[in-house]
Design a protein around this ligand. Structure first.
Ligand code: UD1
Length: 359
């Protein structure tokens, strides 16, 4: 098979790493980087750490409004697909890059493969929810991480081409994190196991709203242990723009950090007392590592983490966040709901059956 994979944002690099490896063992891949994330710490460092091949094409689209960013990617990806028509286009997750890749392919009659299909927050105010619904309805092969995702698709009448393959982020976690000695990372940040919280924040709904962002900052400042906060560039810009830096400086428990690479993030996560985040992927990474999570949203796509007691939805209200952290527990069970860490092989096998003439 010839497969064109389109990636562009940090979580997509984490998901693509094992799939690139599995795919290239027997097939040809053209790897396209949209350029949605472009800072070294948001992009290149993930390629280096996770051994992802150099992108064959870098569209260098960069930041912008949804229309401009998605539209530029769409035009450029269409040109690429017209130059060399693959057997399928592979897209991951729910970003603007995912939508652009899927739409360009679908309009040219090229099959779309969607990894992480079927997730729903049922919150259409999230740009990601719009992206994932559209991509699922364009895709010919829908590769779901969980049984809940399969059911979500069925509820929308999508049953053809749907396969449950497990969660590919677990592949990356098993491959890279389990054997990684994080002692030096903790020492570098001057923290002891279970003696700190790790935080990340980047959703538009949280970080683009001055009141909500301030409320979260105040909550972090009231916690009983230091909060190591890896600040996403969007959030960093807003902390400046909303004049929140002086507030941050009055709260000594908060330790703002630059965005962290994959291994450092997971080393700090593994030994944290808890994760505070509005990220989707990190809710799961915490679950994989048996670390409780307080999610700074009112909905989640990863409902299993909540069902098993490892994740608490706290929204962005200061008191609710503080109460959620105070009420954290370590549940006794930790079921394997995200597969067996071999989703990448299942993804490639599903593509071979559908597009590669393999039965
Ligand atoms: C995007 C995805 C989101 C995903 C997240 C992972 C969409 C709609 N959102 O959100 O689903 O969870 O990536 O991180 O696709 N910026 C930089 N340097 C970079 C990248 C971004 O400074 O390398 C700044 C720019 O000011 C930019 C802002 O961050 O405007 C937001 O970046 P963008 O890619 O639009 O959205 P994310 O918040 O990263």
């Amino acid at each position: 098979m010839l497969i064109t994979s389109v990636v562009g944002a940090r979580p997509q690099f984490i998901k693509a790493a094992p799939v690139c490896r599995a795919l290239r063992a027997g097939h040809e891949e053209v790897l396209v980087h949209s350029g949605q994330h472009y800072d070294h710490g948001m992009s290149a460092v993930f390629f280096e750490q996770l051994g992802i091949p150099e992108p064959d094409v870098d569209l260098a689209v960069g930041s912008g409004g949804h229309g401009k960013q998605t539209g530029e990617m769409l035009a450029l990806i269409e040109d690429l697909l017209l130059q060399r028509r693959p057997d399928a286009v592979l897209v991951y997750g729910d970003t603007n890059t995912t939508l652009a890749g899927a739409l360009a392919a679908a309009k040219l009659g090229i099959p779309v493969v969607h990894v992480e299909a079927g997730l729903r927050s049922f919150d259409r105010t999230m740009p990601e929810e719009i992206n994932r619904v559209l991509v699922d309805h364009l895709a010919e092969l829908l590769l779901c991480p969980t049984a809940v995702a399969v059911r979500n698709l069925a509820a929308e009448g999508v049953t053809e081409g749907v396969e449950l393959v497990g969660d590919v982020m677990l592949d990356t976690a098993r491959f890279f994190v389990e054997g990684f000695d994080g002692a030096a990372v903790l020492a570098e940040h001057g923290v002891e196991p279970r003696g700190y919280y790790l935080a990340t924040l980047h959703r538009a709904a949280t970080s683009d709203d001055p009141e909500r962002l301030a409320s979260v900052v105040r909550a972090f400042g009231r916690l009983d242990m230091p909060v190591l906060w890896a600040v996403h560039p969007r959030t960093a810009k807003n902390l400046d723009g909303f004049g929140l830096r002086p507030l941050l400086e009055t709260l000594p428990g908060i330790v703002p950090l630059e965005p962290l690479p994959y291994l450092e993030t997971n080393a700090l996560l593994r030994d944290a007392a808890a994760l505070l985040t509005d990220s989707g992927g990190m809710q799961k990474e915490a679950y994989f590592l048996g670390v409780p999570c307080v999610t700074l949203r009112d909905t989640t796509e990863w409902v299993e983490t909540v069902d098993f007691g490892w994740n608490t939805l706290a929204g962005t209200d200061e008191d609710r966040i503080v109460a959620a952290v105070a009420g954290l527990t370590y549940p006794p069970v930790h079921p394997d709901v995200y597969g067996d860490g071999h989703a990448a092989q299942a993804i490639v096998a599903a593509m071979e059956r559908r597009f590669g003439g393999v039965t």
